[in-house]
Design a protein around this ligand. Structure first.
Ligand SMILES: C[S@@+](CC[C@H](N)C(=O)[O-])C[C@H]1O[C@@H](n2cnc3c(N)ncnc32)[C@H](O)[C@@H]1O
Length: 223
């Protein structure tokens, strides 16, 4: 059977977990740092303990702000001097709304989008020209196989990806092709900047099939 991962259960998990550790960034997240312009103003949504902001600050001198609903993760972020606020981007109060409504050079969404009800609204309203998304690749053989065996996670309908025109995608995460369509409907061109599976001599389509994690760069199309 599919594991059900309800919206409320995910929230309880994040807000009650306390044992956060500083985690390093792997190759797929390093790609975000490499593609980020030097000195950029960055918003990290669902920043957790802030590992990406730390790398961006240290390697690219970026000015970073973060939002997360997990107090335990944010305590760790603050000990590293990061500018983070605690709150729910799905139910933004004054401070969160204000942070979300500012303009940023770059917005980062790492392993956070599947849990957000407001993902489609965010895409519509964020004021930025560049978004980096690091997440599962729903089209990989690994996740296709899991679904075939009934082992995939099924999220609440409210957490589904929807294009601006209203097409709802079936999975809780997207294939690369679906993500391209989703991003395009909100005015962004999508490129893949890192795949977990890196053997260069394999053709691209095979590496995409073998990679269960992917890093995407969404660039706003000029009007
Ligand atoms: C898997 S963790 C990833 C953390 C971080 N982005 C990273 O890559 O290390 C997902 C994060 O999203 C946050 N999150 C989930 N739903 C959220 C919401 N509605 N508002 C704000 N943060 C949320 C969780 O608290 C959690 O820290």
């Amino acid at each position: 059977m599919f594991q059900s991962s309800s919206y409320e259960a995910a929230k309880v998990r994040f807000t009650t977990h306390e044992d956060y550790e500083p985690r390093r960034i792997g190759r797929c997240l390093q790609a975000v740092v490499d593609h980020c312009p030097r000195g950029a103003r960055v918003l990290d949504i669902g920043c957790g303990s802030g590992r990406i902001m730390l790398a961006l600050r240290e390697q690219k001198r970026c000015g970073c702000k973060g939002i997360d609903l997990a107090p335990g993760a944010l305590t760790l972020a603050r000990t590293n001097g990061l500018d983070v606020i605690c709150g729910d981007v799905d139910q933004p109060d004054g401070e969160i709304s204000e942070r979300l409504s500012q303009h940023y050079d770059v917005v980062v969404l790492s392993k956070c989008l599947p849990y957000l009800k407001s993902k489609n609204l965010l895409m519509e309203n964020l004021s930025t020209d560049l978004i980096f998304i690091y997440d599962r690749n729903h089209g990989s053989l690994h996740y296709r196989w899991q679904r075939l065996r009934g082992r995939g996670k099924r999220y609440d309908d409210a957490m589904r990806y929807r294009t601006k025109e209203g097409k709802v995608f079936s999975g809780s995460t997207l294939t690369i092709r679906e993500a391209r369509r989703w991003a395009k409907s909100y005015g962004y061109d999508l490129s893949v900047i890192a795949l977990k599976y890196r053997r260069r001599f394999f053709p691209r389509f095979l590496r995409e099939l073998l990679s269960n994690q992917v890093t995407l760069k969404l660039s706003k199309r000029s009007a």
